[in-house]
Design a protein around this ligand. Structure first.
Ligand SMILES: NC(=O)c1ccc[n+]([C@@H]2O[C@H](COP(=O)([O-])OP(=O)(O)OC[C@H]3O[C@@H](n4cnc5c(N)ncnc54)[C@H](O)[C@@H]3O)[C@@H](O)[C@H]2O)c1
Length: 265
């Protein structure tokens, strides 16, 4: 069966926890927005976080703030506490930022900023939300990492450094919390058609040609949709994925399974 945008999981009886809220970061756009919409369709309680003032969640379930700041997470913990005595059912981290620049000229401050958002922004969430999950011996964290957690990409050194660190942090957290009944995993997307990717393409000299090239080097022959990643995030956060812990699940349409050595188009 081919999964088309809008199809699939929303029609399935996905065994997600509806008694405690899921916390989704980066919910104002792209992958985070798609997973929030899907959770709402599945009748889950959702608390969202984003720099943006709103998300698909009801306004009283949204925290507008920076995931790199502990004050934001205090507001998240307070909101989760008002909704449930048992903490959050899950944490899905999608907030992320990029810098497109040669390593030689990228200011160390940019490396530091991306590390704070892409890596420490997830650490804060784990440190604030996982203890209650561990107490109940039930819960999950799914972090959106990147294929850049595993491979280097031209002019993306600050981003790849932060996403590589994120993956190692996720594996470390998974090892320590598996025995507490909390599963922690990373998803490593390839090229997903979102505002972030369009920002990346727009930094090239010919954005349309860059998009065609990206589609061409992806064996699937297309950019993936945010909803396709949302399906995976919800699966990993659900008991259907009870065997999966500390994994880095690549979701890239085959991008990193091969190399571009085609003799013909
Ligand atoms: N789009 C891709 O091709 C791709 C590929 C691999 C990984 N990713 C990762 O997927 C995740 C989601 O990206 P997307 O493509 O949906 O991007 P997006 O720009 O559409 O959405 C990212 C959201 O994160 C929010 N955000 C950014 N910095 C934040 C901060 N400091 N605090 C709170 N919110 C913040 C933004 O406001 C935005 O709403 C990111 O972690 C990104 O690195 C994306």
């Amino acid at each position: 069966m081919t999964v088309e945008a809008g199809d699939g999981m929303a029609q399935l009886a996905v065994p997600i926890d509806r008694s405690r809220p899921y916390v989704v970061t980066g919910a104002g756009s792209g992958i985070g927005q798609a997973v929030t919409e899907l959770l709402l369709q599945l009748d889950a309680e959702v608390v969202t976080v984003d720099l943006a003032a709103s998300s698909p969640a009801p306004q009283d379930r949204h925290v507008s703030g920076n995931v790199a700041e502990t004050a934001t997470w205090q507001r998240v913990v307070d909101l989760v506490g008002r909704l449930s005595d048992d903490g959050a059912a899950g944490l899905i981290t999608c907030a992320g930022a990029i810098v497109v620049r040669d390593l030689a000229t990228t200011p160390p401050e940019d490396f530091e900023r991306l590390f704070r958002v892409n890596a420490l922004g997830v650490l804060h969430g784990i440190q604030r939300l996982v203890p209650a999950m561990a107490e109940r011996r039930d819960g999950s964290v799914v972090a959106v990492a990147s294929v850049d957690s595993l491979f280097a990409e031209d002019r993306m050194s600050a981003y790849a450094t932060s996403k590589g660190a994120l993956l190692q942090m996720i594996r470390s957290a998974a090892v320590e919390h598996a025995r507490h009944g909390v599963r922690i995993n990373a998803v490593c997307p390839g090229a997903i058609d979102t505002p972030l990717l369009r920002q990346h393409l727009n930094e090239s000299s010919n954005p349309d040609a860059a998009r065609r090239r990206l589609e061409g080097v992806t064996p699937a022959g297309r950019l993936l949709s945010p909803l396709e990643i949302a399906h995976l995030l919800i699966f990993l956060g659900s008991p259907l994925a009870s065997a999966i812990s500390g994994a880095a699940i690549v979701a890239d349409g085959g991008l990193t399974s091969t190399y571009d050595f085609r003799l013909e188009d």
